[in-house]
Design a protein around this ligand. Structure first.
Ligand code: GLA
Length: 658
């Protein structure tokens, strides 16, 4: 018995000693499978920067660690017992001055480290994470909202002191495509823009967008002289000569009921009073676009009901002109007629017939050119033929021009502000003098901070950055960096002059690297985030995937009337971030009715439960929330303060004062 007690004490002490012992296994992060880590550019290698040079931060070389590039994500699985993770985090010296990143360490217990914004030359920041209870650890390098250009970021001297070896996890981020929005109600609802503009004495066309069972009857009271309504289709057309702001009460009815709303028609008060909404051919057909494709796409916009949500523009991008220097039987030949007028290639046999087709559907037609001698795709541009080209567009019946800088840089020796503005001043003057309204979408990738002067030179919108989807492989990262960057320039966007962060790349889009159409690589949650973000900042909603094969999920993303209402809100004020905590951003947008839209974005690489402190956000008192994606009332906001948001997903609410 005595012996047994001794044995028991011995075993107890031994057990206690093991339990209290310190982890002694030291594992360098480079011993893990680095290929499991996701990286925004290049390939991660042990003990080297992302560009293959020795690791170096703020002038100090480091032998151990790894270089990554924003957005860099490393997921490491641990045993949840005691231990520590230690490292130094900083921007590698081989980055250029554009580099700016934030390093984060997240665990299953919350945020463990946030470096704040770091730039090249900043001393590295020490990271120390206690691993008790930690089963999942994420090292994240976020590009910040200036994009990920040159974001070379290093985790050096990164090691685990643990009981058992950590494992690098290659996350499979695939998600089921989930549909949140119910089908539109059978009762009538008026959707889309509630304000529209045209010039006096120029043709006017506006389709009242409405969902609900057909047949439907449209009525519009107090239409200004010269305009008339087709009561069966809801198309308002004609020519109004008198300037003014006309308030037009609308009634839309079907066998189940009526919907009343108001349309403001401004004659002489601007052309693009809400962000453009429609479709463009570029990201699915590139330069392979044809007249047949355009007509089929317009027909699909109508047949699939996008027109009932307010989609209006059907725009050809590059590829309708003759290819400069080509002898191809279809796209080659003389780029202009002997009188200097522009020729279309054989894929576009009859532009006027095409715009007539589009207009008959109550839609508007757009096209593309460059102020240079050739477009970005090498097709004929408008250089020194600007007046003739505008005349052709008018004769053909176009309503929208995307004017893309492309080769124009070769015509002006210096790219100063004057030369950047010159081609746009010229084309907008010609448009104003023309007998037809043509929206001018400037495409010059944000040069010279175009948002500061785009409106002055006659633009109705301007692309703010390079192409969103130039690389299909990096679409998710560019959607986040271009999308969230817009907030910094939001004050320059508004009625008749919109910041344009490029198109909605949903559904089938063209993969340039593999030369074929693929399903958008954005995850389902990223689709919701993109549509929400674009709507929160009043960006043009130009879908550029394949509209003729629209699947239910893609249609659901594009056709939520309440989300589109936020984008098309007539106040036209871009939303902004009111809280940014460790990659959970809360955005607010003021609306014309005095209420607000709120979006909560989860930019983290994993799903998160987000607690919203409404009071801290300025919502003190009785407010009522509606979930716009699900189209359900959530009730008093005090009862809805917690949201479970998937990786890269969001919640979008309308918050109404009661
Ligand atoms: C540029 C533009 C794109 C597209 C192509 C056409 O890259 O930014 O949106 O218009 O040219 O060549």
């Amino acid at each position: 018995m005595k012996l047994n007690i001794r044995l028991f004490i011995l075993l107890f002490v031994a057990g206690w000693a093991v339990g209290c012992s310190h982890p002694s296994l030291v594992v360098e992060i480079t011993e893990l499978d680095l290929s499991a880590f996701a990286v925004g550019w290049g390939e991660t290698k042990a003990n080297l920067s992302i560009s293959g040079t020795p690791l170096s931060i703020a002038g100090t070389p480091y032998e151990k660690g790894f270089g990554t590039h924003a957005t860099g994500e490393a997921h490491i699985r641990l045993d949840g017992r005691q231990g520590t993770f230690t490292a130094l985090a900083g921007v590698d010296d081989n980055a250029d001055s554009h580099a700016s990143v934030v390093f984060y360490v997240f665990t299953n217990k919350g945020t463990a480290f946030n470096s704040g914004v770091m730039k090249k030359g900043d001393a590295p920041k020490p990271v120390e994470v206690a691993l008790k209870g930690v089963t999942d650890l994420y090292l994240l390098v976020d590009p910040t909202s200036d994009g990920n250009h040159s974001d070379h970021a290093d985790w050096v001297n990164a090691q685990f002191t643990v009981f058992s070896a950590p494992v690098a996890i290659k996350d499979d981020h695939s998600e089921e495509r989930y549909i949140l929005t119910p089908p539109p109600a059978p009762q009538p609802r008026v959707n889309g823009a509630k304000i529209t503009g045209a010039s006096p004495a120029k043709p006017f066309l506006f389709t009242i967008a409405a969902t609900g069972n057909r047949p439907m009857t449209f009525a519009a009271a107090n239409l200004p002289a010269g305009l008339s309504l087709n009561e069966a289709t809801g198309v308002i057309s004609g020519v109004c000569s008198r300037e003014g702001k006309y308030i037009v009460p609308l009634t839309v009815s079907n066998s189940l009921g009526e919907c009343h709303d108001t349309l403001e028609i401004h004659i002489g008060g601007g052309l693009a009073l809400t962000p453009h909404i429609g479709w463009n051919s570029w990201y699915i057909y590139a330069t392979g676009v044809t007249q047949d494709i355009m007509e089929q796409s317009a027909q699909a916009m109508y047949d699939k009901g996008l027109v009932n949500f307010g989609y209006a523009y059907v725009n050809i991008d590059d590829g309708w002109e003759i290819k400069v220097g080509s002898n191809d039987l279809v796209i080659g030949g003389a780029v202009r007629n002997p009188d200097g007028t522009i020729r279309t290639n054989k894929n576009f046999p009859d532009m006027k017939a095409m715009t007539d087709y589009i207009h008959r559907l109550g839609l508007k037609a757009g096209l593309y050119s460059s102020p240079g001698r050739s477009t970005c795709g090498g097709y004929a541009g408008s250089f020194e033929h600007e007046a003739q080209d505008i005349q052709s567009y008018v004769d053909w019946g176009f309503d929208f021009l995307k004017y893309d800088w492309c080769s124009y840089g070769q015509e002006v020796p210096v790219h100063d502000l004057e030369n950047m503005q010159k081609p746009y001043l010229l084309i907008s003057k010609l448009i104003k003098e023309a007998p037809r309204d043509i929206i001018l979408n400037m495409c010059q990738y944000g040069m010279g901070d175009v948002w500061k002067w785009g409106k002055e030179v006659g633009g109705n919108s301007w692309r703010t950055t390079g192409d969103l989807g130039a690389s299909t492989q990096e679409l998710s990262a560019s959607m986040f960096s271009i999308g969230f960057f817009q907030e910094q320039i939001r004050e320059y966007s508004g009625p008749d002059g919109w910041n344009d962060p490029d198109y909605l790349l949903f559904g089938n889009i063209y993969d340039w690297a593999n030369q074929k159409a693929v399903l958008s690589p954005l995850s389902p949650s990223e689709h919701y985030t993109c549509m929400t973000l674009w709507s929160m900042m009043s960006a043009p909603l130009i879908f550029s995937g394949e509209i003729t094969t629209l699947d239910d999920f893609t249609k659901n993303i594009l056709c939520n009337a309440e989300v589109i209402d936020i984008d098309q809100d007539k106040l036209g004020k871009a939303g902004y971030c009111i809280q940014n905590r460790d990659l959970i951003e809360i955005w607010k947008k003021e609306l014309h009715d005095g209420n607000t839209a709120i979006a909560v974005f989860n930019k983290r690489p994993f799903g998160s439960v987000v607690e919203v402190d409404w009071k801290a956000l300025g919502y003190d008192g009785k407010f009522f929330a509606r979930d716009l994606w699900r189209q359900t009332d959530l009730g008093d906001i005090r009862k809805v303060a917690s949201f479970d948001i998937p990786r890269h997903g969001c919640v979008m609410l309308k918050v109404t004062k009661r």
